[in-house]
Design a protein around this ligand. Structure first.
Ligand SMILES: [Zn+2]
Ligand SMILES: [Zn+2]
Length: 165
């Protein structure tokens, strides 16, 4: 079976006014589809689709996002990178991963179809009309990374945090 997860051309994206453009230099570690109320409010929709990736694998192609400190469900807060002009949110950094891991908003990619969710989280507050694919893992709240992530992604994450210390 062909490996559809490895992009043939780079994953690129940006904001609506095109002042900020970025490129992912590899596939992400994991893609979370979050159905928590916070993500619903922040997107104005039913869920957020976030591709987790090492910060140094997000290459700025154009412009410079502005960092907006925003409260988060965990209480630690998140830093949201937004276009300084149109204010579209491009990615977030959350408490646990610090600045090392970015949560790129999949909807800002030029080809968001290329990154479907690896897991659905916080389905306890999922809007009832959203029907999930039966073959994608789904959990009522959060999950144990060691159980859900592929080995390769866990190794990438270990390498990232080893560099830090
Ligand atoms: Zn913009
Ligand atoms: Zn959420």
């Amino acid at each position: 079976m062909p490996d559809n997860t490895e992009p043939t051309k780079p994953l690129e994206g940006g904001c609506t006014c095109r002042a900020v453009r970025y490129r992912l230099t590899s596939k992400p570690l994991f893609v979370n589809c979050c159905h928590c109320r916070w993500c619903q409010r922040e997107t104005g929709a039913s869920f957020a689709l976030n591709a987790m990736i090492e910060a140094d694998r997000v290459q700025l192609v154009q412009g410079q996002p502005e960092i907006v400190h925003t409260p988060s469900l965990s209480g630690i807060g998140q830093k949201i990178a937004r276009c300084p002009t149109c204010r579209i949110a491009l990615w977030s950094n959350y408490g646990g991963g610090g600045d090392l891991v970015r949560f790129v908003r999949v909807g800002t990619l030029d080809e968001p179809d290329r990154l479907p969710p690896d897991i659905h989280i916080f389905t306890a507050s999922k809007q009832p009309w959203v029907v999930l694919a039966p073959d994608t893992p789904a959990v009522p709240e959060y999950y144990d990374r060691n159980v859900q992530w592929p080995k390769e992604s866990l190794e990438r994450r270990d390498a990232l945090f080893a560099k830090k210390s």
